[in-house]
Unconditional design. Sequence first.
Length: 205
Amino acid sequence: MTPLFGGRVHAAPAEPAETPGDTWHTTWTEPVAEQALEPDEIDVAADAESALVKRLRTRSLSEREARAFLRERDLSVDAVEGIIEGMLRHGYLDDARLAEQLIHAATTRKGQGRRAISQALSQRGIPRDVVDAALETLPDDDADRALEYARQKARTMRDLDRETALRRLSGQLARRGYGGQSLEAARRALDELSSPTRSGVRFEP
């Protein structure tokens, strides 16, 4: 593996936790030209690069997050951009792939809707056009996912009166980005749970 700065050799970052199926590059595929830096800054840049690779072994970063990470290490703009350029060239940083990872986690593990997902990706520093392109790959199934989430949570609210359960459940759905679908999904889930044909459980009037 050819390091970006100095004579150091770095191991490739491990596969990020968000995407067990993705494959990360395991070697640099081409030489990277050393930046025009002072000798003492080359050492600082090499240390910063090594620290960034170590961080990427445990957590995927957006380009903006990686740049902020490097700026905390007293590097010049040229040194920061040199490291970022190399990381981008060799696939260590990829905002589009990170967006896919985060969307997968949001839909399969967190039960989030489009609005919450969009906000989460923007907070990670992923550009708006990349966020929009990633969200376009999602099926238009927010209503189904909202109802599925509402059904799961409704079971924990059997001891509440109907209005309290409806208020809490719709609030949870709204916070997960389901917007105007929150109230309808909450009502339907509570109706199903209180139906004698489904569970024999009714909410207090």
